[in-house]
Unconditional design. Structure first.
Length: 424
């Protein structure tokens, strides 16, 4: 392979968010990236981006060359964003509509190729255009601080600003697994998404594997979708529909002998072989089985990340996205528990121990609507929290590193809950 052409201003050499994103999106070594300068000799520009607001404080890469696409990359789905972000993007989007972003003093990132090399061979946007069956695609990308658990996500537009889809890039072990899981979930959902109360979900348009990356190309959300207010009560009918996938309610079965408990035990054993805290997880699974083995619950699917920021409403129907943690054979009620845990941890900024108590309170308040009695609610809470620690371990084991908000605090809380002296 030809050695990378690295101009002095090549942002891929940076250690910040701009460096991480450009390495993921423009990783082919034949591409040349320059900021504020022309392409290297023997190269031609194939894409230009505004780095907003600056190279040092980069937050967006906005595509240039098609004002409607630039404006759409700022204005599409703006109603789903936090108020401060929404205001900034609305102001920039208004400027972009009249071509003023091209004239604004934002740094310019130029992507160029050696003469004679086709863009579709090495440029990610070119490969995605081929998957979409269109001649050209303009891609916008948010810039976040480097994080091995984050996936660069491209918003794709045609030159007229029409949304074409999202491209989620799995670039390491952890994120490749998540993108692959979401693609698998989205393939299955069309068969059940039309059942009563089941949320709508975006379709999978394509799954692309190239240069060590896995990319899920997902259809755009409806333009008029609006976010679910964080204070809304849980949508229990939708949770039941996700769990049952169009089937009638399943008969409750004991935790002992379930596929769920077997999976937890197997994952804990793998954790024990790879991390000093793994044996604690093995002991916690055994304690879960002793405490709740005879408790019968209904098992089914779950969304896996059921939180307000992954939910919206369109034409009176609930819409759910980000299905990368979806899976079968979990106790019914896990999505309800996750909703409470993440609201406390993320929206309210509370520590893991407080978020654990929020799970109990949420299940006690709403679990009856899912048919969960007191014993089943305790099983759901304990099983969910152990599941979440194992998810944290899976991500760390795949290269994402430990989530400091959850480890070791969450495992500590699980051990305390399952200790022999704690009442059931």
């Amino acid at each position: 392979m030809t050695a990378r052409v690295a101009a002095p201003a090549d942002p891929r050499s940076r250690t910040d968010g701009l460096g991480w994103v450009t390495r993921a999106v423009f990783g082919d070594e034949r591409l040349a990236l320059t900021v504020g300068g022309p392409p290297p000799p023997g190269h031609r520009a194939v894409a230009r981006y505004a780095v907003v607001p600056s190279v040092v404080r980069a937050r967006f890469l906005l595509p240039l060359g098609a004002p409607r696409a630039t404006a759409a990359s700022l204005l599409a789905y703006n109603a789903l964003r936090p108020p401060k972000v929404r205001a900034v993007r609305a102001a920039l989007g208004g400027l972009a509509r009249v071509g003023a972003v091209d004239l604004a003093p934002f740094p310019r990132l130029t992507v160029s190729l050696p003469d004679g090399l086709a863009a579709g061979e090495v440029l990610l946007a070119g490969r995605l255009a081929g998957a979409l069956g269109g001649p050209s695609v303009y891609a916008a990308c948010g810039v976040r601080p480097p994080d091995p658990n984050h996936k660069p996500t491209l918003q794709l537009f045609d030159p007229a600003g029409r949304p074409l889809g999202y491209a989620k890039i799995g670039w390491n072990g952890a994120t490749r697994a998540l993108v692959t899981a979401e693609a698998a979930a989205l393939r299955e959902l069309p068969a059940v998404a039309g059942t009563p109360d089941h949320p709508a979900a975006p379709r999978l348009l394509a799954e692309v594997t190239a240069a060590g990356q896995v990319i899920a190309l997902v259809e755009p959300l409806p333009p008029e979708v609006r976010g679910v207010p964080a204070g809304d009560p849980p949508r229990l009918a939708a949770l039941l529909a996700v769990a049952r996938r169009g089937r009638p309610p399943a008969s409750p079965r004991p935790l002992a002998g379930s596929a769920f408990l077997a999976r937890l035990a197997a994952e804990a054993q793998r954790a024990a072989a790879g991390t000093p805290d793994g044996p604690r997880a093995v002991a916690a699974v055994a304690a879960l089985a002793r405490r709740h083995g005879d408790t019968a619950v209904e098992f089914g699917h779950w969304h896996g990340d059921w939180v307000p920021w992954n939910l919206g409403v369109h034409a009176g129907r609930l819409v759910a996205w980000d299905w990368e943690h979806s899976g079968p054979d979990v106790p019914l009620g896990f999505d309800l528990a996750h909703d409470a845990f993440q609201r406390a941890l993320v929206l309210r900024g509370e520590p893991a121990a407080t978020a654990v108590r929020a799970v109990d309170a949420h299940l006690d308040h709403h679990g009856g609507g899912l048919g969960l009695g007191p014993a089943a609610r305790r099983l759901v809470a304990d099983g969910y929290l152990l599941e979440m620690w194992l998810r944290t371990w899976r991500l760390a084991d795949a290269g994402a590193g430990w989530n400091a908000a959850l480890h070791p605090a969450l495992l500590d809380a699980v051990e305390k809950r399952l200790s022999p002296g704690r009442p059931i």
